[in-house]
Design a protein around this ligand. Structure first.
Ligand code: NDP
Ligand SMILES: O=C1O[C@H](COP(=O)(O)O)[C@@H](O)[C@H](O)[C@H]1O
Length: 501
């Protein structure tokens, strides 16, 4: 499908959960940026929440959110004039009729051509019932397009994800459902495909003959903050691995698609999920490590352990850290471990991918006192964005000695000072009908099926050693041992920096 990203967008955007954190911190500022860039031409936004607000109060909230997120924002009143608010309990069936009237009126007022985007920025238990009501009460009966943007988590396991999918599919076709995985909106995650498929030097080496292992780390400094209630039902495996981390693995491992269309890319990603070696039962401990933070020092401040956080069970078994070895049993990747790692209250906020190449067969420069480092390709996802390629070159001077060198590209330093924020990019894509960077049901189902076996093994045994890592560290020692037993180690992320030119 060809998608013209320059075309102007015309749509009614209905945000359920418009008084919540996500709407205020991410959605309003992203819509504003699109508006400022002229990417939203004719549009109206209906905000839906439970609390009582006048339209004027809501417009003011929208302006405040944007002003807080974006320095020097202007034209805020004009932007907010496109917004209105409807106080509505989504569990109250009788109140959808009023919502339909508002939508129809705005459709006429702004000539929106019956195009509707429904954004569910609410707790997941409401996703199914809202979708069903939208259909039953005629809100999806439109002459233009209708699309559903749905936040994570998409289910709690495969069973609940299937149930949710059946509910939303009563009202929306698969190609009308945009399941958000905000990592897919990050500029450098999108760059994985470009780096791989537009560079002869990488694609030829991108296999088990030349790559020894790939390491994907997404570490956070923050703890669970106010999200203890949700996190207790989730843990790092469901919160980060099932979606963001496995999506990055799929992009790294997939075969080149025949075209850069959503269907072709998805079809290649799905093959990766299908090739992931299932890990279950007793075997889980050989492939996966779980951790939970205890108290510790973060940026020189003492912080509490997970079990002392708000809304957290003082004897919680929830993991706040996961490290794992994902094996992809196909022709290209047989024998190459994809090590993944994510956790809260770690040493730094950083998402990086390290591709470690195999050593050359005979290294003439590998002397006793002078070991060469393997070639590494580091993809810096965040907070810096860029790529570094780690090579060896001749040391300056007379001797034939080699020394490590680095070729560096900083996305933020060269390409733009305004890399679009993930949500801005994803909202723009969904309004334009480009589903490339959203997760298809097949991917969701397969990734749950992989993760469920691990969570089942964990829930059947007690993690006696919890908490097993101190806040501010890089996780439990078992995470290091996971690689050590294969003869590898986690590359220290702090040693990789992108030089901003
Ligand atoms: N916050 C974030 O950074 C991220 C959030 N998400 C996901 O986004 C979704 C929303 O998260 P977040 O914004 O943090 O949640 P909040 O708790 O901050 O907001 C919840 C929203 O839902 C509304 N709401 C709750 N119950 C009802 C109801 N019965 N009828 C109508 N409205 C209702 C609330 O309205 P009111 O308060 O007026 O009752 C509020 O607007 C969740 O699925 C979350 O997992 C995903 C990634 C990041
Ligand atoms: O989806 C989620 O992601 C955030 C991390 O996102 P990032 O863009 O800051 O890396 C994580 O904190 C949160 O627990 C999870 O739900």
């Amino acid at each position: 499908m060809y998608v013209n990203q320059n075309q102007h967008s015309t749509a009614l955007i209905m945000i359920f959960g418009a008084t919540g954190d996500l709407a205020n911190r991410k959605l309003f500022p992203s819509l504003y940026r699109l508006y400022q860039k002229g990417k939203l031409s004719r549009f109206a936004v209906v905000g839906v929440g439970r609390r009582t607000l006048t339209d004027e109060q809501f417009k003011q909230n929208v302006q405040n959110s944007v002003a807080e997120a974006i320095d020097g924002s202007k034209d805020l009143e004009a932007f907010a004039s496109h917004f209105c608010y409807h106080s509505h309990d989504v569990t109250d069936s009788s109140s959808y009729a009023a919502l339909k009237n508002i939508a129809d009126d705005l459709d006429n007022k702004y000539s929106l051509g019956g195009n509707r985007v429904f954004y569910l920025a609410m707790a997941p238990e409401f996703f199914g019932p809202i979708a069903i009501h939208l259909k039953q009460d005629g809100l999806t009966d439109v002459s233009g397009f209708k699309r559903l943007i749905i936040e994570k988590p998409f289910g709690h396991d495969l069973e609940s994800a299937k149930e949710l999918n059946e509910q939303i599919r009563t009202a929306f076709a698969e190609n009308e459902v945009y399941r958000i995985d905000h990592y897919l909106g990050k500029a450098m995650v999108q760059n994985i495909e470009t780096i791989r498929f537009s560079n002869a030097i990488f694609e030829n080496l991108w296999n088990n003959r030349y790559i020894s292992n790939i390491q994907v780390t997404s570490s956070e400094v923050l703890g669970v903050e106010e999200r203890g209630r949700y996190y207790e039902t989730s843990g790092a495996l469901r919160d980060m691995v099932q979606n963001h981390i496995l999506q990055m693995v799929a992009l790294l491992a997939m075969e080149p698609p025949i075209r850069l269309t959503p269907d072709e890319i998805r079809s290649e990603k799905v093959k990766v999920f299908r090739a992931m070696r299932p890990v279950e039962g007793e075997d889980v401990k050989n492939y996966f490590v779980r951790g939970q933070y205890g108290k510790g020092l973060v940026e020189d401040q003492e912080v509490p352990g997970y079990r002392e956080e708000q809304m957290v069970n003082p004897a919680s078994q929830t993991e706040t850290f996961v490290a794992g070895k994902v094996m992809i049993d196909n022709f290209r990747w047989a024998g190459v471990p994809f090590y993944i790692r994510t956790g809260k209250r770690l040493e730094s906020k950083s998402t990086k991918i390290v591709v470690q190449f195999k050593d050359i067969p005979m290294n003439l420069y590998d002397k006793k006192d002078q070991a060469l480092t393997p070639n590494l390709l580091v993809i810096h996802i965040q907070p810096e964005e860029g790529i570094t390629l780690h090579l060896n070159a001749k040391k300056a001077g007379q001797n034939m000695e080699a020394t490590p060198i680095k070729l560096s590209y900083a996305n933020t330093g060269i390409a733009s000072i305004n890399t679009p924020e993930a949500y801005e990019k994803l909202i723009d894509d969904s309004i334009h009908g480009d589903a490339t960077n959203f997760t298809h049901w097949d991917e969701v189902a397969l990734s749950w099926s992989y993760v469920d076996k691990i969570s089942q093994a964990w829930s059947s045994t007690t993690a006696e050693n919890f908490p097993n890592y101190a806040a501010g560290s890089m996780g439990p020692k078992e995470s290091d041992e996971l690689l050590e037993k294969d003869g590898f180690f986690w590359w220290p992320l702090s040693q990789f920096e992108v030089d901003v030119c």
